[in-house]
Design a protein around this ligand. Structure first.
Ligand SMILES: [Mg+2]
Length: 216
């Protein structure tokens, strides 16, 4: 029986079609282009080729492009502030239905995000749901090794106080859903893109978070 929800934020608690997701990706590619002194197109291709070997773009840059070393944290913070400027709020639409919907589930909920907490707090406040969660487990608390690394899931669960058996995890990335399932948990892929379903064929999928009741 599900007693707790572990929820991704971006593309899960608001639609994957939101402009902020495309803009965050564009800012990541701009950052890579500046870092590596290559064109935007070259940076996009490099990221497309290399990122799948890692959990996140940041993890790839740390492993292969110098965002590591003694000042690793400072470099990571520079990257995260670049990708998540305050203006990013203009790129997401307010959804008046999400708060009453989440409340109607009557379950404790925790956020697990590969973004920094300052971004998560900003978006949750904007959506007026920041008070509905037990806490936020972000990529910084995961030591910059977020989903699909097991320590990200186990860290979020320890924060919540619930076990993996009591928890249902929902995320819009097949790679992260698969990682949770590989840890022995139940998970749902929240994505209306069939090409994402094919990356985790054994995972149940729903088009939108509003359908999660089917699994409770
Ligand atoms: Mg997401």
């Amino acid at each position: 029986m599900v007693k707790h929800l572990l929820l991704d934020l971006d593309g899960t608690l608001y639609p994957g079609s939101a402009r902020i997701l495309a803009e965050n990706t564009r800012r990541m590619i701009c950052f890579i282009a500046e870092l590596l002194c290559v064109s935007f197109e070259e940076a996009r291709t490099l990221r497309a080729n290399r990122k799948p070997q890692f959990g996140t773009t940041l993890e790839w840059l740390q492993a292969e492009h110098g965002l590591d070393g003694p000042d690793k944290d400072e470099k990571a913070w520079h990257y995260m502030r670049y990708v998540h400027p305050e203006e990013e709020l203009l790129e997401v639409a307010f959804d008046p239905h999400i708060r009453p919907f989440l409340q109607s589930l009557h379950l404790p909920m925790t956020v697990l995000t590969n973004a920094p907490a300052f971004h998560a707090e900003r978006i949750l406040r904007f959506l007026q749901i920041d008070d509905l969660f037990l806490g936020i487990w972000d990529v910084v608390r995961s030591g910059f090794k977020g989903k699909p690394h097991r320590n990200a899931y186990s860290g979020a669960l320890s924060l919540s106080g619930y076990t993996i058996e009591e928890t249902l995890f929902a995320d819009d990335y097949a790679q992260y859903v698969q990682g949770y399932m590989d840890s022995g948990g139940r998970a749902v892929l929240v994505n209306d893109d069939q090409s994402e379903w094919e990356k985790a064929p054994s995972a149940p999928h729903i088009d939108s978070i509003y359908e999660i009741g089917r699994f409770l």
